[in-house]
Design a protein around this ligand. Structure first.
Ligand SMILES: Nc1nc2c(ncn2[C@@H]2O[C@H](COP(=O)(O)OP(=O)(O)O)[C@@H](O)[C@H]2O)c(=O)[nH]1
Ligand SMILES: [Mg+2]
Length: 352
């Protein structure tokens, strides 16, 4: 496993079982259609995206037994091809992630981790074990749980492995870890499904791993990715399938009528407060050390305008409110908080 970590690299490791939505979540976070996602897209290698503000587009490097190659200007098609190449062990992508800044020489990277159940390697369990022995991958862990498929065997096995390893390396299991309850949009609230119950089952599940004080954030990654793409991305090439999804999410999130009678995000916040979830707060004075500032994105879109896409009109304000309702912004703020604490505590995270 060759990984050329940079100096001052802060690593955000995204973990979860197959199809929990890791790749979709990363795309939503970075606001780019960079990682292949979907039922056919499995990641069997470590895929690391490094933020470098100096880059104009994404470049890629692949590593394997006899491979060490660089590529200019890559996208998800190229990454798909690499994913299927069994002689490649790890992929490194470098480019400017819009929401992140390189501050004080610090670099941030996001890693799409292969789950223990999708490595083409027969010893997949050992492979995952090997990866998580590396302390670098514990800077910040974002663990994706599939809200529609909670507490399945694969997840139990993976989480057990992770927590066992964290105890070995002397990390408090719930420290520097965020649990994303993904696909929150799949709840049929009118039919009586509700977040309180879902969160209660999640807490119950996590308590089996000594994680009762962990941070849990319900997120709708796919809607947030599509909303961001329409709002912020120059590339508005949506497939027919994506267009249908976008329309349906736009209507769904509007149906919750978050502006007038907040039922979605405000309700979420309420629930989070009630259950005493850790929420974004700076613990100490930080000298303008912000890594991620979601509001710089939003402020650009304070004007009210319409976006047309395939004979369908979307309002920028509605999209912006819908995006907030997906809760991706809460995650962005939490990352910022963890980053500040991590960097201030550890000084240089290369000397853990
Ligand atoms: N409805 C819904 N579907 C999602 C969400 N996130 C991911 N998906 C879908 O779940 C499937 C697996 O997602 P993917 O990102 O490839 O999962 P990965 O294997 O963990 O990387 C894809 O079909 C996604 O479109 C979400 O928040 N809501
Ligand atoms: Mg994936």
């Amino acid at each position: 496993m060759e990984i050329n970590f940079r100096d001052n690299e802060y690593i955000i490791s995204v973990m979860g079982t197959v199809s929990s939505g890791k790749s979709t979540f990363i795309n939503a976070l970075i606001g780019e259609d960079l990682l292949p996602s979907g039922n056919m897209a499995t990641t069997s290698k470590i895929l690391r995206i490094i933020d470098n503000d100096a880059f104009e587009y994404f470049e890629g490097k692949v590593f394997g037994k006899e491979i060490n190659k660089s590529f200019d200007k890559i996208g998800k098609e190229q990454i798909s091809i690499w994913n299927e190449n069994t002689s490649i062990n790890s992929i490194e992508v470098e480019g400017n992630i819009k929401g992140f800044d390189n501050i004080n020489g610090q670099m941030v990277s996001i890693v799409d981790m292969p789950g223990p159940n999708n490595s083409s390697d027969l010893n997949h369990k050992e492979y995952f074990e090997k990866i998580i022995k590396n302390k670098k991958f514990h800077n910040l862990i974002i663990y994706i749980l599939d809200a529609t498929n909670l507490a399945v065997d694969d997840d139990f096995t993976m989480l057990s492995q992770l927590i066992t390893e964290r105890k070995i390396i002397n990390k408090n299991p719930s420290e520097n870890i965020i649990f994303i309850l993904n696909k929150a949009d799949n709840l049929d609230i009118e039919a009586g499904e509700n977040l309180e119950d879902l969160i209660a089952s999640t807490i119950n599940y996590l308590s089996k791993f000594d994680l009762e004080s962990a941070t849990i954030i319900p997120v709708a990654s796919l809607p947030s990715f599509l909303f961001k793409k329409l709002l912020y991305n120059e590339d508005k090439s949506f497939t027919y399938f994506e267009t249908k999804q976008l329309q349906s999410f736009y209507n769904l999130f509007q149906a919750y009528n978050f502006t007038n009678a907040p039922k979605y995000i405000d309700n979420l916040n309420e629930i989070m407060e009630k259950l005493e979830y850790k929420k974004y707060s700076f613990k100490r004075e930080i000298k303008q050390f912000r890594l991620y500032n979601p509001f710089t994105w939003f402020n650009r879109f304070s004007t009210n305008y319409d976006i047309s896409l395939k004979n369908y009109r979307y309002n920028s304000h509605v999209l912006y409110e819908a995006l907030k309702a997906t809760n991706i912004v809460t995650v962005e703020m939490l990352i910022d908080k963890f980053f500040n604490e991590g960097v201030l505590d550890a000084g240089n995270n290369n000397n853990p």
